[in-house]
Design a protein around this ligand. Structure first.
Ligand code: ARG
Length: 456
């Protein structure tokens, strides 16, 4: 097939090489950005007197029609084209004749692809941030409902101290707030226009890069043309941010999977987000959470792929860089789906507060409070810790719990124990006494909810 760039070479490329070289299969999704960029470019060329105003009008009108035709499905994208940039330019020239060939003046596919990718990813970052904020809102709403639901808080996956389920959910809201913050920050650096860097060295034409960037809504322009065409930091940064976001979702997935097991029985997922087994009739599997956990691995792979492709690449553009797109598109698509799934899963989750409470009552998770009780009565903490440990050991051996162990028994360990100890080791008291800022008390949870909602 004759190439637009045929000139230096006369012989045809092999069919296999064409297939190998082509990126249309994955870069066609940037058709809108490509056309928008070309319209801005034509406008700039006319403003600078590099092409006629009439010619620019013809180019822009037809580019808009091409955009409409692709969007409506009237113009199918030719999968035999080399990439989306070539496809649009070829279609334009087919429609308007020779004037179409003027569009690529003072431009290269190297700055064009860098521009398109930035614009495409900036839009996707906006969507992903908006979705993540919805998820944060869903978590916060649930946290409000369950701000007084006691559950065991864990360290080492051993019951540690009682916390409210709402407090636990808000921990994830905080993580996701940071994710939004990171992606927003990444977008700030992405918001720099590379167009006008041309192939690598700039151009001899009297272009106006600021005008072109401004039309496209960019905040600034790349100040070094070599860097402008070969910078893919924004891809790697976004991939890192998404990898962290997925890591957070994966941790929550793991907890949801544990919580919905028979062993925990803390939550039940809606049927809309679970599957059955083809053989075991009793099963209700948390496949969605498992998939999010699994897909996190895949997103890490996308990040490693991009880092590895860029490593050791000499300046400026190298075809290796075509490999930047599939991974980042996959990561954005995966994260976007995962966040959406989570919004539904969290909003419909049923919480078994009774089971959570029962589990909280059985793990001696008020033993710290028992030690604190003695400390407040004047005993040094280390001694109080030791005595409380011995009482727990006695209870375990004799099938007792701290809440119902008789006062006489307590007195065998220390004279400081009085009737008011029962109040201090009551689970609700234990939780609400943890009223330090960021603690698990109801009051603190309410403060956290206000904090999160203010950020949304
Ligand atoms: N399809 C290419 C990419 O995705 C476009 C840039 C090609 N430039 C070039 N000089 N071959 O990176």
């Amino acid at each position: 097939m004759a190439k637009m760039w045929a000139g230096r070479t006369a012989g045809d490329t092999s069919k296999l090489a064409d297939e190998f070289n082509s990126s249309i299969g994955f870069d066609s999704r940037m058709f809108k950005e490509d056309i928008t960029g070309s319209i801005a470019h034509a406008q700039m060329l006319a403003k600078q007197g590099i092409i006629e105003r009439k010619e620019a009008d013809t180019l822009c009108d037809e580019l808009l029609k091409i955009l409409e035709d692709i969007s409506s499905g009237k113009l199918p994208i030719d999968m035999d084209a080399e990439d989306i940039h070539m496809f649009v330019e070829e279609e334009l020239t087919k429609r308007v004749g020779d004037v179409g060939k003027k569009l690529h003046t003072a431009r290269s596919r190297n700055d064009q692809v860098a521009l398109d990718l930035r614009m495409y990813l900036m839009n996707r970052v906006d969507e992903l941030c908006a979705d993540t904020k919805h998820l944060i809102a869903a978590l916060t709403d649930k946290a409000e409902v369950y701000k007084e639901a006691i559950m065991p808080g864990y360290t080492h996956l051993q019951r540690a101290q009682p916390v409210m389920f709402g407090h636990h959910l808000l921990a994830y809201a905080m993580m996701l707030l940071r994710d939004v913050d990171r992606m927003t920050d990444c977008k700030r650096r992405m918001n720099i226009s590379p167009i006008g860097c041309c192939a690598l060295a700039g151009t001899t034409y009297d272009t106006d890069r600021y005008f072109e960037a401004e039309q496209l809504g960019f905040e600034g322009i790349a100040m070094n043309s070599l860097d402008g065409v070969s910078d893919r930091d924004f891809v790697i940064e976004l991939l890192s941010d998404i990898a962290i976001l997925m890591m957070h979702l994966s941790r929550l997935s793991e907890e949801i999977i544990l919580w919905s097991s028979w062993e925990f029985g803390f939550v039940e997922l809606s049927d809309a987000y679970t599957t059955g087994s083809s053989i075991m009739p009793q099963k209700k599997n948390s496949d969605m959470a498992e998939l999010v956990r699994g897909k996190t691995g895949r997103v890490y792979g996308d990040l490693m792929g991009a880092l590895t492709v860029l490593k050791g690449l000499p300046l400026a553009y190298n075809k290796d860089m075509q490999e930047d797109k599939e991974g980042v598109f996959d990561a954005v698509d995966t994260a976007s789906m995962s966040v959406k799934i989570f919004i539904g899963m969290i909003s419909t989750i049923k919480v078994r507060t009774e089971n959570m409470k029962k589990a909280a009552q059985r793990g001696f998770i008020n033993a710290t409070d028992l030690a604190d009780y003695l400390t407040k009565k004047g005993m040094p903490f280390r001694s109080a810790y030791k005595i409380s440990g011995s009482i727990v050991a006695y209870c375990i051996e004799n099938g007792e719990v701290l809440e119902t162990l008789p006062l006489e028994k307590y007195k065998e360990y220390s004279d400081l124990f009085e009737q008011d100890l029962y109040e201090d080791i009551d689970l609700l008291t234990c939780v609400n006494k943890r009223n330090s800022v960021g603690g698990t008390s109801v009051q603190s949870i309410e403060q956290q909810i206000r904090f999160v909602r203010e950020k949304l």
